[in-house]
Ligand binder design. Sequence first.
Ligand code: PRX
Length: 696
Amino acid sequence: EKYGVNINGTDICELRAIDYADENGHYNVVEYLLQNGIMDNLKEDSKFLTSKFPEVKLFSKSINSYEDLYNFSIENNEEFWRTLALNRLEWFKEFDKVNNGLDFNDYENYEHKWFINGKINVSVNCVDRHYKKNPNKTAVIWDKDEPGTEQYVTYSELYKLMNKFSNMIRHFNVKKGDSVIIYLPTSLYAIAAMLACARIGAVHSVVFGGFSSESLASRIQNCQAKIVITSNQGVRGGRFIEFKQTVDTAIETCPFVEHVLVYKRTDNPFQVNKDKDIIIDDIIDTFPDECEPEIMDSNDPLFILFTSGSTGKPKGLVHSNAGYLLQASLTQQLVFNYDCEKDVFGCLADIGWITGHSYVVYGTLCNGGTTVLFESTPTYPDPSRYWQTVERLKINQLYLAPTAIRLLIKHGDEWLKKHDKSSLKCLGSVGEPINVEAWNWFYEKVGEKRCKIADTWWQTETGAHCITPLPCGSNDILKPGMAMRPFFGIQLALMDQNGNESDTKHIEGMLCIKKPWPSMAMTVFGDDQRFKETYLKPYRGYFFTGDGAFFDNDGHIKITGRVDDVMNVSGHRIGTAEIENILSEHPDVAESAVVGVPHELTGEAVFAYIVLKETQKSEQEIFKQLKNLVKKKIASHAIPNTILVTPNLPKTRSGKIMRRILRKIASNQIEDLGDLSTISESNVIEEIIQSFRSMS
Ligand code: PRX
């Protein structure tokens, strides 16, 4: 079937895009007239066309529902993405092909290549084109820690700052393809640093400010970064955080780091190492505010972002320029029904996580929007912080993690009542399953039953939303706690216990994605083998997400949580093995096993079982040391909530720790331990249960 516009019996254009929902929630066909000089590149919707040219007849079947458009996006997948890529992004040179046609079947040879031979620059798309059109529009509102001290930054100001920053890092010998570590608080300079890297083709790796010096060091080493960009301190919740000190300790083991560029977030003094440190504030204004952008290939890496997996060390997922940007910007606009002209987008995530990358920075700026950079915490100076920020900045879309909602519910509704939330149009949830109580509170108390909630499922690996309803601006139905449906162009599958794809109704299984999508991570930095083994090998022909899901009778999706050894604590991903490795470094620990257990505030909490060697130390002393060790080596959010000493760990006959059982015991589901026949020594379980009972 052909789609397009026909005038007086002549096909005058082909259908190029379908890219927004109208006020009734109908997805209008957006036609881009390609041919017949008269209408070259004219972009209008079908209503406009038919009113202006009465002789125009749309010969496309009309697309009036999510299902119509979803089916179109799957059946015409290449056409769908091609149209969007051509019309939404600015190219130096358009691509020849949408993708390389590979799927996940021959996974050993899978290569992620989209928009082949396209030439593009992400910073041009995110800043230059909006600066040219609308220089005085606010690009960024930096909501600093201290309420009321926000800074508004126009596209013109951002353009100049980004260019100066680009020239500055080029001056320090950073070239296309080099890695740059950004260890900065959520601040204007963090955005400038990210965009500057994108502009000159350097590959940034932002490290979340909560990570310890050792975690930071291992990331610097993994990318072999020559430059680290940081600040003297961070300011969060009224407290100072010693960013620079952490960097100084980290680079003791990274002799290849040539420079540390330091931005002065506070006026407090800090140690300056004359050989390496450069104070950004002292020199940035000496650089010109114009900087030629590097011409990047669609599939050049834009950034590396480390995330935890079920084994070993965190892996650096690599994202592309074009495919990543396209899906981040498309979802930012469609999922939240974002009005790029007027709306203020309040994604409250830290820039150190993928949510910060895709929705604070790249997606929203690519759409020419106004993005909020939130530096503070939900409870500083008091639990009304979010709501007073909504009122003060007139935020239209509020996007946050369920953990914050659960925390604020505990503080009571009083904090909400004082603040005007009428600017809000749409709410979003991300990072972990949202429980029904939190969903209802968010909907009723925050959105005042007026704003719908997009429960968005995705991962560092997927780069952008993959499962979400499209509730805002439409009559799309919602079910509390459910992520509902695949986004356009995304084909899902649920795998049963035998590794076969099951029906998509009333079934629980392992969540997989069937076909590549533009914003999928390209590889694990420096370890393509690991990428393929982690994601493409478990179910041949599919991308395995690591999550479990349930499809209800209507085929709507609920995410049930991780099915591998990855925990989700306050929306932060942590591998059980990462913590076990640290615990086992302690001289008194013989063995350890870490599991995640449900927690009413943080979603999951870290529960550690340890087996001790002969020791003179008290258990309390050891616990304290272990907690400090985890904090020092990983981050505070990885500290075990509970540590339990047991005489032994349950193992299979082949020596594998039986985590399934440990998880059940730690969650106090002792009556329901399931099949114990494979355990090598059956008395071990009894001993662990006894230790657990005596602890509680
Ligand atoms: O388990 C899923 C959970 O977060 C994981 C991805 O974590 P990360 O890569 O850090 O990215 C977080 C921000 C996208 C997933 O494997 N997750 C994410 N969103 C949801 C979710 N779980 C349930 N519902 C969601 N909406």
